[in-house]
Every structure is written in C-alpha cells, then in structure tokens.
Design a protein around this ligand. Structure first.
Ligand code: ADP
Ligand code: ADP
Length: 226
C-alpha cells in the first residue's frame, strides 16, 4: 500500500465518544504526512483505522484506491511503530529485527543479510547480539524502526515514536526518521502533539482539534495562514 484516502470518516466509540468526525484526507505516494494536535483529539484513532485496528463507524478508508476492508492484512504491507517500542525482551536485537522476515518465511541467509543492512542504516549494526534491556532509549527506538521497515513496507505509520525520549535524542531521531523514510520512498503517517516535529519533518501537516480536521497543508502554508 502506498496511498491512503479517508472519505468522510467518523469514529464513534461504544461509550458515545466521537473520536473522529467526518474527516477527509488524501496521503500521496511517498509523502510524509504529520497528524498534529493535542492529546485526545483523535490522531491515534485515525492511525488505527488506517492500520485496520479499528473500523470506521461511517465513511471509508481507501488503500491504493480500494476499500481497506477488502484488502487482506497480509497484502497491505503496512508497518507501525508506537511510543513504547514493544520489542521482544527475550530476543536479541538481531532476532527482533529479523522476526517479521521469519514470519514471512524468508530463508536464514537473505534474512541475515537484510537485518545487517537495516541495522547498519540505522546505526545499530554493532549491538545486534544484545538484548533490548541492554540498550539506550534511542537505540531501542531504532530497533523498533528497523523491525518495522525490514519488510520494505509501502506505508509506515508512527504514533508519537519519540515522545519517551529526551530532547537531544528527539532532535537527532527526527532527522534520522525524515532521512530514512525519504530514502526508502515510503509513504508515512506520523502522529505527534509536538509542533516542532511537524514543522521539521512534514511534507504536509494535518491539524486536528476535537476529532475535526482543521487545516491541511505544507508547514509553510499552515503556519502562515492569516
Ligand atoms: P490522540 O491520539 O489525539 O491522543 P485518540 O485517538 O487516542 O487521541 O483519542 C480520541 C478520543 O477518543 C479521546 O477522547 C479518547 O479518550 C477517546 N478514545 C480512544 N479510544 C477509545 C476507546 N477504545 N473507547 C472510547 N473512547 C476512546
Ligand atoms: P494516546 O496516548 O494515543 O492518546 P491513550 O493513552 O489515550 O492513547 O489510550 C491508550 C489506549 O486506551 C488506546 O488503545 C485507546 O484506544 C484506549 N482508550 C483511550 N481512551 C479510552 C477510553 N475513554 N475508553 C476506552 N479506551 C480508551
């Protein structure tokens, strides 16, 4: 999957919470789209609907122009990274990154080669034998990214991936994530409440407030509106 279109998407949870209210948004092939807004405005819910983890109450999520629920999950090639990393603690770094390839039935030799490539691109080539508990926060987030991109996804979803890191590391990883996604040409949806992240990373920013999409445009456009 490389393009996403949200058509009048609304999500009402069972308790009556309207998390997302009639959103229309197109994400183009290779684009880095940041969803920006305060906590609770519905960003994660949008991402979870694109990932297929939640169903819209009304409206449609289109992936490559097709209704998302008509595309089997294994054909979607969507990768997701969260703020809490969710690495497998009992596996080495190398095995963590290799795991999606193993599930996909990739043979050990090409698997090892791919893991080495991804790890060195992320600057963690020298810690492949360690356990996640023996890494810094920044290294752990790099492992999580490595595991996400190792199968060459067409669409990369990130939910506040840097919010648990200190500010120096955040700035460093911001630049790395921007560089990596553009190098891979992967379409990206990136959720954050941090304006600086949106400003430095986005091709376009979608600004949300209370479930509603307030504005969409390049950082220059949205920050210079009258
Ligand atoms: P954000 O990612 O912008 O912080 P969320 O998408 O997580 O916002 O949440 C949007 C709103 O929906 C919030 O009011 C949140 O409490 C509510 N919400 C999220 N998930 C559920 C759920 N499973 N059931 C009920 N309400 C939910
Ligand atoms: P975020 O950090 O993205 O805003 P939250 O911490 O609000 O997410 O929510 C974490 C988890 O709890 C999510 O899976 C979300 O769907 C669920 N959740 C959030 N708000 C509610 C709610 N009011 N009722 C039930 N589940 C919720």
């Amino acid at each position: 999957v490389t393009t996403v279109a949200l058509k009048d998407v609304t999500k009402v949870f069972r308790d009556g919470t309207v998390a997302v209210d009639s959103i229309n948004l197109d994400i183009n092939d290779g684009e880095f789209m940041v969803l920006l807004g305060p906590s609770g405005c519905g960003k994660s819910t949008v991402l979870r609907m694109v990932a297929g983890l939640e169903e819209p109450t009304t409206g449609a999520v289109m992936l490559d122009g097709e209704l998302a629920n008509e595309l089997p999950p294994r054909d979607r090639k969507i990768a997701m990274v969260f703020q809490d990393f969710a690495l497998y603690p009992h596996m080495s770094v190398g095995d963590n990154i290799a795991f999606p390839l193993k599930l996909a039935g990739v043979e050990p030799a090409p698997r090892g080669e791919r893991v080495t490539d991804v790890a060195s691109a992320l600057g963690i080539g020298d810690v492949l034998e360690r356990r996640p508990s023996q890494l810094s926060g920044g290294q752990r987030q790099r492992v999580a990214m490595g595991r996400a991109i190792v199968r060459r996804p067409g669409l990369f979803l990130m939910d506040e991936p840097l919010s648990n890191l200190d500010s120096g590391l955040r700035a460093e990883l911001r630049a790395e994530i921007s560089g990596l996604t553009r190098e891979l040409g992967v379409t990206t949806m990136y959720v954050t409440h941090d304006q600086a992240e949106a400003l430095t990373m986005a091709d376009r920013v979608a600004i949300m407030r209370k479930g509603v999409l307030q504005d969409v445009g390049t950082p220059t456009q949205v920050y210079n509106r009258p």
